[in-house]
Design a protein around this ligand. Structure first.
Ligand code: ATP
Length: 487
C-alpha cells in the first residue's frame, strides 16, 4: 500500500461518481464528503451486509433507529459533557487551532511560528438550539455516537420484546464530532455514520462474549473480501481505555495513506503533496501524519457503566429481572462499534487493483486476455469488490450501437434483468472501453449482445475477475446470473 495508490483511489472516486467533495462549486466545505451514484450504492450495500449479519441472521439482536437529537441530560449521564473533549491551543497570529497532543512545541504555531495560547479543553460535541429562542434552555447537541439512543431505550425494549439475556440492539446512523484534526479523505470527518451494537450480557459472561464478538466482527470483514494481511486485532493497553471501558480491542485496517489530505487551509483538497501552492511547513505537517494501520471498529466491554449512569440521572430503574435467580441485575454491555465511512474506504482500498492484460481484438478465453477494441493501454483497473458490496451487478452492452436490432434486443434484456439485479445499459463507447469502464466500478458481469445473438438467441457473459466469457441462451440468462450471484 502506498500514497500513490491512495491518490488513485481518490481520483477514481471523483471521476466515476463514488465520492465528491461537499459543496464543491463553492470551494468545498473542508473534510466533508458527498456520496455519488456509485458511492451511495456501495455504502448502502455495506450497511445492508452489516444489518443482515447482525440482525437478520441472528435471533438475539433487535434493530433500532433512534433520533439524532436527544435530551441534553443524556450527555450529562454518558459523561460526554465532562469527558468528551480535546485539549487545544490557538495561534494568536494566524488564529488556527491545534490539538495539543499533536504539537511538537506547545508554545509555537507549527505553521506561522506565532505564539500559541495555553491548551484549553474543547468539547467535541456540536451544539444547536431547539425551538425559536437561542438561549441556554434550548441548548441541545447533535449526537456524537449512536450508542446512547440504544441505552435510553433499554426499558422500552424490555417492556415490548421481553428478551432474555444475552440480547442486543443494533443501529446504523449519523454521528457528529467537531474533530480538531479531521482528514485522510473520509477516514476522519465531522459528520459520519456509525454501525453499533449494544449487547447485554450477564456480568459473569462478559469476558467470553467480548472474545466472541471480536472474532465475529473480524470475520465479517474477511467474509466480505478484505485481505487477511490488511486486517488485524489490536487490544487496548490499560492507559488508552475510555473512561467507561473495562477492555477494548480495535479491528484495524492497513489504510494506504502516506500523507494526510486534511489540511484545512486547502479546503479539504485531495492531496496537499500534489498542491504546488502548499508551503513547506504544510507539506512537512502533512507528511508527518501517516496513518497506515488504523481503527475500523472498536469492540469494548463497557461493564454496567451506561445503564447505571442513566438510572442515576433519569431516576428510572434500568435493571433486568432474572427469572432464574429471581434477582435484579445491571447487565454488562459488549459494544462492537464501527464506522460506515471507514468501512467503505477500507473496502474500496482493498478492492482496487491494476492488472496487465493481453489485449486481443476478438473474443478469447485465454486467461489474462481481454477484448481491446477501442482501448490503447494494456493495464486494466478493476475494483474487485465482493459481490454483495459492488454497486452494479450486471451491465448490458450492445456490440454495435449503429444496428437498431442489436440495440433494441440489448435494451430489452437490460429492462428484464433490472427486475432481478442492479443492472445498467451502456452503448456510449466501443466494447473494449465499455468493459474497462465497468471493471473500474466493479461491475460483476458484462452481457454483450452481438450480431450472432439475433440469430442464435445467445449472449456473451464476461466475468469481471477472470475475464472469461460464456455464451448463454437469453432464456437462461436470469437463472445463469442468479446462480453466479447467489453462490
Ligand atoms: P478514533 O480513535 O479513530 O478517533 P474513536 O475510538 O474515537 O476513533 P469510536 O468512538 O470508538 O471511535 O467510534 C466507533 C467507530 O466510529 C470508529 O471505529 C470509526 O470507525 C468511527 N468513527 C469515529 N470517529 C469518526 C470520525 N470522526 N470520522 C469517521 N468515522 C469515525
Amino acid at each position: 500500500m502506498n500514497e500513490n495508490l491512495m491518490n488513485k483511489i481518490l481520483s477514481l472516486c471523483k471521476r466515476r461518481g463514488f465520492i465528491f467533495q461537499s459543496s464543491e462549486i463553492y470551494g468545498g466545505l473542508s473534510n466533508t464528503w458527498d456520496y455519488g451514484p456509485f458511492g451511495v450504492e456501495l455504502k448502502n450495500n455495506v450497511k445492508n451486509a452489516w444489518w443482515k449479519a447482525n440482525v437478520y441472521e441472528r435471533d438475539d439482536i433487535f434493530g433500532m433507529d433512534a433520533a439524532i437529537l436527544m435530551h441534553p441530560k443524556v450527555w450529562q449521564a454518558s459523561g460526554h459533557i465532562d469527558n468528551f473533549y480535546d485539549l487545544k491551543s490557538d495561534c494568536k497570529s494566524c488564529k488556527k487551532r491545534f490539538k495539543a497532543a499533536d504539537l511538537k512545541d506547545p508554545k509555537r504555531c507549527p505553521e506561522c511560528k506565532g505564539e500559541l495560547t495555553e491548551a484549553r479543553p474543547f468539547n467535541l460535541m456540536f451544539k444547536t438550539h431547539q425551538g425559536p429562542v437561542e438561549d441556554e434552555a434550548g441548548l441541545i447537541y447533535l449526537r456524537p455516537e449512536t450508542a446512547q439512543g440504544m441505552f435510553v431505550n433499554f426499558l422500552n425494549i424490555l417492556d415490548s420484546k421481553h428478551p432474555k439475556l444475552p440480547f442486543g440492539l443494533a443501529q446504523i446512523g449519523k454521528a457528529f464530532r467537531n474533530e480538531v484534526t479531521p482528514g485522510n479523505f473520509t477516514f476522519r470527518t465531522r459528520e459520519f455514520e456509525q454501525m453499533e451494537i449494544e449487547y447485554f450480557v450477564k456480568p459473569g459472561e462478559a469476558d467470553k462474549k467480548l472474545e466472541e464478538w471480536i472474532d465475529y466482527r473480524f470475520n465479517w470483514y474477511l467474509n466480505l473480501g478484505i485481505k487477511k494481511e490488511n486486517l488485524r486485532k489490536r487490544p487496548h493497553t490499560k492507559d488508552e481505555l475510555a473512561h467507561y471501558a473495562r477492555a477494548c480491542t480495535d479491528i484495524e485496517y492497513n489504510f494506504p495513506f502516506g500523507t494526510s489530505t486534511s489540511l484545512e487551509c486547502h479546503g479539504g483538497s485531495f492531496d496537499v503533496a500534489q498542491d504546488a501552492s502548499a508551503k513547506d511547513a504544510e507539506l512537512a505537517e502533512a507528511r508527518s501524519r501517516t496513518i497506515g494501520w488504523s481503527e475500523l471498529e472498536g469492540i469494548a466491554n463497557r461493564a454496567d457503566f451506561d445503564l447505571k449512569q442513566h438510572a442515576l440521572v433519569s431516576g428510572k430503574d434500568l435493571q433486568y429481572f432474572d427469572d432464574a435467580t429471581k434477582e435484579k441485575l445491571y447487565p454488562y454491555i459488549i459494544e462492537p462499534s464501527g464506522g460506515v465511512d471507514r468501512s467503505v474506504l477500507a473496502f474500496l482500498a482493498d478492492a482496487y487493483s491494476e492488472e496487465k492484460v493481453n489485449p486481443v481484438r476478438n473474443r478469447s478465453n485465454k486467461p489474462g486476455s481481454d477484448i481491446s477494441n477501442g482501448v490503447k493501454d494494456d493495464i486494466r483497473v478493476v475494483l474487485k469488490l465482493h459481490k454483495d458490496l459492488t454497486p452494479i451487478k450486471v451491465a448490458v452492452l450492445p456490440l454495435l450501437k449503429n444496428r437498431p436490432e442489436i440495440v433494441e434486443l440489448a435494451k430489452k434484456i437490460a429492462r428484464d434483468l433490472k427486475k432481478c439485479f442492479i443492472t445498467v445499459y451502456d452503448d456510449t463507447a466501443s466494447i473494449g472501453k465499455l468493459y474497462r469502464r465497468q471493471d473500474e466500478v466493479g461491475t460483476l458481469y458484462c452481457v454483450t449482445v452481438d450480431v450472432q445473438s439475433l440469430e442464435d438467441k445467445q449472449v456473451t457473459v464476461r466475468d469481471r475477475d477472470t475475464m472469461l466469457q460464456d455464451r448463454v441462451g437469453i432464456d437462461n440468462l436470469k437463472k445463469y446470473l442468479w446462480e453466479k450471484l447467489n453462490n
